[in-house]
Design a protein around this ligand. Structure first.
Ligand code: SME
Length: 160
């Protein structure tokens, strides 16, 4: 059994360091990408409060295709460049969106979502996936969250 319970009073940067360590431990030595993405999605869901969706979209033949996630069923295919996920993948840049309703072209998979953080996963310089976090709260994510998920993305890039 894997039990990861960070102290809720831990400052965010340290808590994310612990999350990255936990994700590395969970995926270490496991070559199956689906298993690793599934466990990382579960870890994010368990670790981060106030989410309604956490998971992966993978770049497959030039578009984003839904990967392992926690939350409600979601849009399956997203063109690169469209929505928050497609922009993160197309620009290879993290998207920190305080209010998705103000984001041009936001794709509403779940009407309860109000803010979103999408971080590209790069391998050998190419975006191979994005990590997508959605929250029902406005401005749920801050730059510490972005930095933490970017560190997670780098840590698991070779394992998904
Ligand atoms: N809102 C995303 C689509 C994916 S779902 O939120 C799971 C977007 O605009 O790309």
């Amino acid at each position: 059994m894997f039990d990861f319970r960070p102290d809720p009073d831990t400052p965010k940067p340290e808590a994310y360091r612990q999350l990255v360590d936990a994700a590395e431990a969970l995926t270490s030595g496991e070559p199956d990408a689906v298993a690793n993405m599934a466990n990382v999605a579960a870890l994010l869901w368990d670790f981060l409060p106030d989410l309604n969706w956490a998971g992966f979209y993978r770049v497959v033949e030039g578009e984003l295709v839904l990967g392992p996630f926690m939350g409600r069923p979601a849009c399956i295919r997203i063109p690169i460049g469209q929505g928050v996920c497609g922009k993160a993948a197309g620009d290879a840049q993290t998207q920190l969106v305080e209010d998705v309703h103000s984001f041009p072209g936001h794709i509403a998979c779940d009407s309860v979502t109000n803010s979103e953080l999408v971080v590209p996963v790069r391998r050998n310089g190419e975006v191979v996936a994005v990590i997508d976090l959605d929250s029902p709260s406005r401005a749920r994510f801050d730059p510490d969250d972005a930095a933490g998920i970017e560190a997670l993305s780098a840590a698991i890039a070779d394992r998904i």
